[in-house]
Design a protein around this ligand. Sequence first.
Ligand SMILES: NC(=O)c1ccc[n+]([C@@H]2O[C@H](COP(=O)([O-])OP(=O)(O)OC[C@H]3O[C@@H](n4cnc5c(N)ncnc54)[C@H](O)[C@@H]3O)[C@@H](O)[C@H]2O)c1
Length: 113
Amino acid sequence: MQERLKGKVIVVGGAGGIGDGLAWRYAREGAAVVLGDIDGDRAVAVAQEIAASGATCIGTYLDGGDEASIRELVDLAVTTFAVSMGSMPTMPGSTMAIRPAMSPTSRWKTTTT
Ligand SMILES: NC(=O)c1ccc[n+]([C@@H]2O[C@H](COP(=O)([O-])OP(=O)(O)OC[C@H]3O[C@@H](n4cnc5c(N)ncnc54)[C@H](O)[C@@H]3O)[C@@H](O)[C@H]2O)c1
């Protein structure tokens, strides 16, 4: 891997399926990954596996259909990795990549539920 994402922090929604694959790939590329899933135990377990491989990943509960929950996930990323929103490029794990700071909530809700 070329670690093309070194220094980036990426928030991923969904610790199964596509989200699981994205989290692994982003972490292998050097990003610090914050992985959220409505099954919080699953998110923590996947994050621990990723971290055990030598990458940086934390897992937590997320309800991707709840704006407050998304905000908590982003806040966790910001406080854990001391980044500003400008350093967080996408909210993947849904049907499209989303920039939380730039997408209207109405659009974000339709792409995450
Ligand atoms: N798999 C595909 O080929 C494909 C293609 C195009 C679009 N999609 C879409 O991408 C999304 C993810 O697909 P997938 O195959 O990874 O699904 P999946 O069912 O394998 O994984 C979904 C993960 O999201 C978690 N989850 C469910 N509801 C959640 C919520 N409200 N908040 C947080 N986490 C939640 C589940 O616990 C699970 O771990 C779906 O919306 C799907 O329709 C999938």
